[in-house]
Each structure stands twice: as structure tokens, then as C-alpha cells.
Unconditional design. Structure first.
Length: 370
């Protein structure tokens, strides 16, 4: 039996990180944060002459965590030992905090290992994860930053309609919930642009108080909004749960969940659990989180990173959709080759070996470090 046929696989011989920064066309903001660029930290794992790629949208500090803390751990576990390596990386972070930045770095490592293992076995990651239950994955359009002009919002909605997305999400909670009238005006504008049959979705990024969110939520219900994301902070699951019992629209959260403890805290607070494989422990954490959500009859929705989520989302029975987030949808074709294309309201991931994504030569223009 050779390395590739064993259940351990060949040793990891190289771990390489890179940092890429993609400026946004204009400064952007949601209810509680402003930004003018997106940073992707990639990691490449090598074994037996093959490479696997993972990344996270994070701080350049994630690359330092990989170099200082995770690369050495990775080398101690042969390529196919995905679960064993996950546990070892998690334990190695005990004294630094096993959430946030550390888990983002770990997520990139885990995704790279899934890709590497699948490539060495010459199968898609979906086959490694048990096989597809769907070939195309529903998406919804997402962006609608509070900084957009009317014309820019119109352009985004036009793009979402052109790819067949029927769900469309904009940011509300502008300036920490201090401009509620403008929030509601922008939702009305979205309805005009999206048409009477679109699913209107909003994301307050935790910008409202509970009382505010209840009052605005009733107005959103009247406007036909079906999705109210993080009306209050996701660190306040009790607040989310109160709103879930009060409002007609779905209450959703989960994008910052790092582990099963975080997810468990949200299960009775949301109607749909959001999970981000680049933050919650990679494909391993994503699949475990989806299973936990299924135990409460909840759908999950993948947060951001559509290129990375599409291949693994094909295997999740309780998946509602993937967020086709404007910033990531724009940069991912520059970062990687092989991203699934969007049409008919779905992403259609190729049945490629691994996750099918490799660093694009165009990414080099955006590389700022390693
Ligand atoms: Mg959000």
C-alpha cells in the first residue's frame, strides 16, 4: 500500500502563506463598521508533490498565527489526518484563545488540508465529504452598503437580477442605528428596484438596540422583508430570541461563530443559522455546525466567500443558500481560478478534483506580504 492509498497519507512537507489586499471601488460601510479594502490570507499545504489551498478573509496577523503556531503542528500530522490535525491545532491555541483570529487562521489551514487530501486521492472535496446532495447551490445577492449612492445600489440590484438571484440583502442600522428613517427608505427603494416578487433581506450588523429592532422590525414586516440579520449583536442571543418570537421575518445570525459552543448558543435564537467556513474551523467546522443546526431543524446559510463555500455546500442537506457578497464576488475571480459561475440564481461548482480552486496569476498584483 502506498501513501495515497493509506488512511494517513504522505507527510506535510511545506506550509506557505500569502497576504493579498483588494481595495474596494469606494469606501464602504455597514451599520457598525467602515472599510476600504478586503484582505485575504491564503495558505498552501504541500505533500508528495501536490498542493492544497485554503484562505480566510482576515487580518494579515492570521498569516503570522499560521507561521508561528499552526505550520509546525500541521507538519506533525500526515495529509489525510484531517480530524486529528484539526484537534491538534485547536489544542495548540489554548493559551491564545481558540476563537476569532486564531480560528480564522485555523480555518484556512483546515480548508487547505481538505483540498490537499482530495487532490492526493484524485476526488472532489464533495466526494471526500460523503457526496453531493445537489449539483447547484442557491445564492442571494448581498451588498447594499450604507455608503452606496442610489445609482450604485441600482447597479448592484441589476447585477443580482442578471444572475437570477431572487433574494437580495442590503445593510441597515446605519451609524449604529441612528438613521432608522433612512434605513427604511433604502429598503423601500430596494423593493422598487428588485420587484414585487424578490425576497428582501436586511443586515443590521448588530447596530440596533432590542427595542429599536422590535419597532423597526415591525416596519420591515410591513415592507415584506423576510430576513433580518443580526438585528442586535450576535453576542446577545437572548435579544435575538426575543425578536424571533415577536417578528414575522426570519431572525438570523452566526457569521462570527467560531466553534460548536458559539453555535449552540444561537440555535434557539435564530430561524436560519449562518456559518462561515473561513471563520468557524474550515470545512470541518462548517459541516459539524450544519449538523448541529439540523438537530434543531434549522437551515444554514453560508456567509460570504462564495467560491470556497460552493464546493462544500453541495453536500449539506439543510443548506438554504450561499451569500453572493459583492466584495468577495468581485475579488475571488482575481484571487483564484476555478470559482463556480453564477447563473439561474445558483452557483454551479464544477466536479473538479479537490475544491477546484487554485491561485490565479492575477492575484500577484494584489500580494502585499506572506
Ligand atoms: Mg452579516
Amino acid at each position: 500500500m502506498n501513501d495515497r492509498q493509506s488512511d494517513s497519507g504522505p507527510p506535510i512537507t511545506n506550509v506557505h502563506t500569502a497576504i493579498y489586499t483588494f481595495p474596494t471601488p469606494d469606501p464602504e460601510a455597514d451599520g457598525t463598521l467602515q472599510w476600504n479594502a478586503t484582505t485575504a490570507v491564503t495558505v498552501t499545504l504541500e505533500a508528495d508533490g501536490r498542493t492544497g489551498l485554503g484562505w480566510t478573509y482576515s487580518s494579515p496577523a492570521a498569516a503570522a498565527i499560521i507561521s508561528h503556531h499552526l505550520a509546525g503542528v500541521a507538519r506533525q500530522h500526515p495529509a489525510f489526518r484531517i480530524a486529528e490535525a484539526w484537534e491538534a491545532m485547536h489544542r495548540a491555541g489554548r493559551n491564545y484563545g481558540t476563537k476569532g483570529l486564531y480560528l480564522q487562521a485555523m480555518s484556512a489551514m483546515d480548508i487547505a488540508r481538505w483540498d490537499l487530501t482530495a487532490r492526493l486521492r484524485e476526488i472532489p472535496v464533495s466526494a471526500l465529504a460523503g457526496g453531493r446532495c445537489r449539483d447547484a447551490v442557491p445564492i442571494y445577492g448581498s451588498g447594499g452598503f450604507t455608503t452606496l449612492t442610489d445609482r450604485q445600489l441600482e447597479d448592484q440590484v441589476h447585477l443580482w437580477r442578471s444572475i437570477g438571484a431572487t433574494g437580495m440583502k442590503i445593510k441597515v442600522g446605519e451609524a449604529w442605528g441612528t438613521r432608522p428613517e433612512r434605513d427604511l427608505q433604502r429598503v423601500q427603494r430596494l423593493r422598487e428596484l428588485a420587484g414585487p416578487h424578490a425576497d428582501l433581506m436586511v443586515d443590521a450588523n448588530g447596530g440596533y438596540t432590542i427595542g429599536q429592532a422590535r419597532r423597526i422590525g415591525h416596519a420591515l414586516d410591513d415592507l415584506g422583508v423576510t430576513w433580518f440579520e443580526e438585528p442586535v449583536s450576535s453576542d446577545n442571543p437572548d435579544g435575538l430570541a426575543v425578536l424571533r418570537q415577536t417578528l414575522r421575518c426570519d431572525i438570523t445570525a452566526g457569521e462570527y461563530a467560531a466553534d460548536l459552543y458559539d453555535i449552540t448558543a444561537l440555535l434557539l435564537a435564530v430561524d436560519c443559522l449562518q456559518l462561515d467556513a473561513t471563520r468557524c474551523g474550515g470545512y470541518t467546522g462548517f459541516l459539524r455546525g450544519a449538523t448541529l443546526a439540523a438537530s434543531r431543524n434549522l437551515d444554514i446559510s453560508a456567509h460570504c466567500a462564495p467560491a470556497l463555500h460552493a464546493p462544500i455546500a453541495t453536500v449539506v442537506p439543510n443548506l438554504r443558500h450561499i451569500e453572493f457578497f459583492a466584495d468577495h464576488a468581485r475579488l475571488e475571480p482575481e484571487l483564484v481560478d476555478g470559482a463556480a459561475t453564477a447563473h439561474d440564481g445558483h452557483l454551479h461548482p464544477h466536479a473538479a478534483i479537490g475544491h477546484g480552486l487554485t491561485l490565479a496569476t492575477s492575484a500577484e498584483h494584489h500580494r502585499v506580504g506572506q
